[in-house]
Design a protein around this ligand. Sequence first.
Ligand SMILES: [Zn+2]
Length: 194
Amino acid sequence: MFIFKARLLFIFTFVTHLYSQTMQVNLNKVVSVHYKLHVHDGNTTNEEFVEETQSSEPMVFLFGSGNLLPSFEINLEGLAAGDSFDFNLTPDQGYGDSTPENVVKLPMEAFVGPGEELDSEMINTGSFVPMIDEDGNQLQGMVLDIKPDHIVMDFNHPLAGKHLHFAGTVSNVREANAEELSHGHVHGAGGHHH
Ligand SMILES: [Zn+2]
């Protein structure tokens, strides 16, 4: 009898272990990851640090909801909590190439009202300025150059033209609930609160 109980326990722990292993990153899972992002020019020895998650705040996302780069998700698919990843994306798989058409000269009137002075705290070379185009879309541009009558703005994505190197670990994988699926994003910790 004693032996029988011990066996049962063994089978039980084996089954729960198997079950937790099968919770893999794929469609409609809520995935938490810690990562570090570096960019480079195709040669990883020339890497430049961009950002990393803080230990208390993983990035949490709904897999397959289209909120992240598709090629980022493909590289995580099939991983489980505790697995690590380390991969590179070309500019094509990332934020595309930087194009000169996205660099535009905007008249000073786009930044200051009549009789006002330019807000030099907010607008200086290298700073990012939130703007609205004629169709009402919000976009961020980087100030490249300030001239007396116009400002040269770069509306390329800051990571356009870069190779992206992501390295990190999957910290949690769970099923999304029905509400998260209908909203297309994560609720609760690391997600939307509404
Ligand atoms: Zn929601």
